[in-house]
Design a protein around this ligand. Structure first.
Ligand SMILES: Cc1ncc(C[n+]2csc(CCOP(=O)(O)OP(=O)(O)O)c2C)c(N)n1
Ligand code: SF4
Ligand SMILES: [Mg+2]
Length: 303
């Protein structure tokens, strides 16, 4: 299914006015995520910018059932809610959506998530990856990219980020996808597809963050698209072990067009200011190597 942007439903479960920063990628995507599930859902959410966006009763900005849970337990709480719905015969009525940031997923919540994936629990887990612990003022996470300055990596992070979708794939779950908040239709299609699958479905969503990355809020979508054009962020899905590139990444691979150099993307954000040429080169080499593997997988040339 490929939905065109103009055909996206206009219904919104995210009400006007919330406490996220201007230009926050989470808000853009959450409209599509909730619309794809037609609001028939229960969310589990740990401490994060998403909790702030959701807000507090009675002035919550999101019009769907939502449970705030302790930081490491997003997937455990979702497992429990899914079991409760099954036990009461209501599992068909709604989808359980666990949604957390990169820190809450790749570092602090990975134990509960890995356990739930191994048991193939019946819920969607969506990690919105804004590439640091943003809600507490931008500390590095295991998914922060190399070179990025955070309050705990003053001279730039040294390590490349964990490949979380690959880690989830290794659990053998039925659906893993990588998307970006800059592509609302891609987000919508992947969540809609995941909705129709039983078992643990993992969606990883690159989510530009103007405040933590250091760019103008008007550029959220532009930068999210640029990241895909460099190959730093790749749109794909793995359905029952079968990999395919999707959307803009698929057309980029097919066209044979050169990707945008990573240096162009890095230059758009203050978090990468002062990055040394050899570090930029290393990141470019890392991206090139990964891109070659994605293209080969898409062609069925490797696992
Ligand atoms: C057990 C626990 N440790 C630390 C915190 C403090 N804390 C709240 S939000 C947050 C950052 C979460 O980062 P991430 O999951 O990436 O989401 P983001 O804030 O970037 O949206 C931290 C460290 C907490 N609430 N609970
Ligand atoms: S810090 Fe970033 S992710 Fe958090 S609300 Fe602001 S723009 Fe969104
Ligand atoms: Mg984060």
């Amino acid at each position: 299914m490929t939905t065109k942007i103009l055909d996206l439903p206009v219904v919104s479960y995210v009400l006007p006015g919330n406490r996220s920063c201007a230009g926050c990628g989470i808000g853009i995507a959450l409209r599509q995520i909730t619309a794809a599930l037609e609001g028939r859902m229960v969310m589990t959410v740990p401490a994060s910018c998403l909790t702030v966006l959701g807000g507090m009763f009675p002035i919550a900005s999101v019009n769907v059932p939502w449970v705030n849970v302790a930081f490491p337990s997003t997937a455990a709480a979702a497992s429990g809610i899914a079991a409760g719905l099954r036990a009461t015969g209501r599992a068909e009525e709604m989808t359980v959506l666990a949604m957390a940031g990169d820190g809450g997923t790749g570092d602090i919540g990975i134990q509960a998530l890995s356990g739930a994936a191994e048991r193939n629990e019946d819920f969607i887990y969506l990690c919105y990856d804004n590439e640091a612990y943003m809600n507490t003022g931008t500390q590095r996470s295991g998914l922060t990219p190399a070179g990025a300055r955070t309050t705990t990596t003053w001279s730039g992070k040294r390590e490349n980020p964990k490949d979380l979708p690959r880690i989830m794939e290794a659990h053998g779950v039925p659906y893993v996808a990588s998307t970006s908040a800059a592509f609302p239709a891609d987000v919508y299609d992947k969540v809609a597809k995941a909705r129709g699958i039983t078992g643990l479905r993992y969606i990883h969503m690159n989510t530009p963050c103007p405040s933590g990355w250091g760019f103008d809020p008007k550029d959220t979508v532009r930068l999210g698209k640029l990241a895909v054009d460099t190959g730093l962020v790749v749109l794909y899905e793995v359905e029952n072990g079968v990999f395919r590139l999707t959307g803009r990444s698929a057309s980029l691979a097919k066209s044979g067009r050169p990707r945008v150099p990573v240096s162009e993307y890095l230059a758009t954000q203050t978090r990468f200011r002062g990055m040394k040429p050899d570090v930029i080169e290393a990141v470019q080499a890392w991206v090139d190597e990964r891109w070659a593997r994605y293209v080969a997988r898409d062609a069925g040339a490797c696992d």
